[in-house]
Write a protein that binds this ligand. Structure first.
Ligand SMILES: [Zn+2]
Ligand SMILES: [Zn+2]
Length: 59
């Protein structure tokens, strides 16, 4: 156990969910897109992924 009293498994679980939340924030919420913000021009405009027709990154 660490200082917070979590088991190693619990601590890993928490770390995982933080990572996932971080990743979620960078994923386009456009149902047809779901690519990362860095796949969009200036992180917010047209998606650059091949056949994706997303024109605006939706947060
Ligand atoms: Zn896209
Ligand atoms: Zn998009």
């Amino acid at each position: 156990m660490d200082k917070k009293g979590y088991t190693k498994e619990k601590a890993n679980e928490i770390a995982q969910s933080v990572v996932q939340k971080e990743a979620q924030r960078r994923i386009c919420k456009n149902e047809k897109c779901k690519h990362f913000s860095h796949d969009h021009i200036r992180n917010s405009e047209t998606c650059l992924v091949g056949d994706c027709d997303c024109h605006e990154f939706i947060k």
